[in-house]
Design a binder for this molecule. Structure first.
Ligand SMILES: [Zn+2]
Length: 174
């Protein structure tokens, strides 16, 4: 880690800003949260200068607060659920939706998780074993289309599960 000056000149008032860890407050829509963060705190005007890890820590605290206020999952919560499901970010996006880059965005705070995705993740958090059903469904969804031609035909109609409705429509059109 780069060596930090113990005292710097405050960019706001020119006073002495001393490096120390303090409790800072982040705010979102009238709600506040506190975070312990290291930075240069001005003795004169109270302004703080943060860099690197401290900035990230403060940003994370803000995103956690925003998620709480908005009633959606925080970036850290999304990451913890995904890790509990033993999925890579890429695989999570493919299986649960959003595409291969979706979870990278959710977990970095670049994009807020949608309400449906948050609901899905909350359900999987309670019962991770159900992920297998999703994985299986995706695999058989591909199989179902190729299997439809082998299904029995009654009165000119293909008997099939509702999931293959698209395939039936195509067949009727012939
Ligand atoms: Zn100052």
């Amino acid at each position: 880690m780069a060596k930090r000056a113990k005292t710097i000149r405050c960019p706001e008032c020119g006073g002495n800003a001393v490096f120390q860890t303090r409790t800072d407050t982040v705010e979102y829509k009238g709600h506040t949260a506190t975070v312990r963060v290291a930075g240069h705190w001005c003795r004169k005007c109270g302004e703080a200068v943060f860099e690197g890890d401290a900035l990230e820590k403060r940003e994370r605290a803000f995103l956690e607060l925003r998620a709480k206020v908005e009633g959606v999952l925080s970036p850290r919560h999304v990451a913890s659920i995904r890790e509990r499901l033993s999925l890579s970010q890429r695989r999570a996006g493919e299986l649960l939706g959003g595409g291969p880059r979706a979870f990278q965005k959710y977990e970095s705070g670049g994009q807020q998780v949608s309400v449906p995705m948050a609901n899905l993740l909350r359900l999987l958090e309670k019962d991770p074993s159900r992920l297998r059903e999703i994985a299986k469904e995706m695999a058989t969804g591909r199989l179902a289309r190729s299997r439809v031609s082998a299904l029995p035909v009654k009165g000119g109609r293909v008997v099939a599960r509702p999931t293959t409705a698209a395939a039936i429509t195509r067949r009727r059109a012939r």
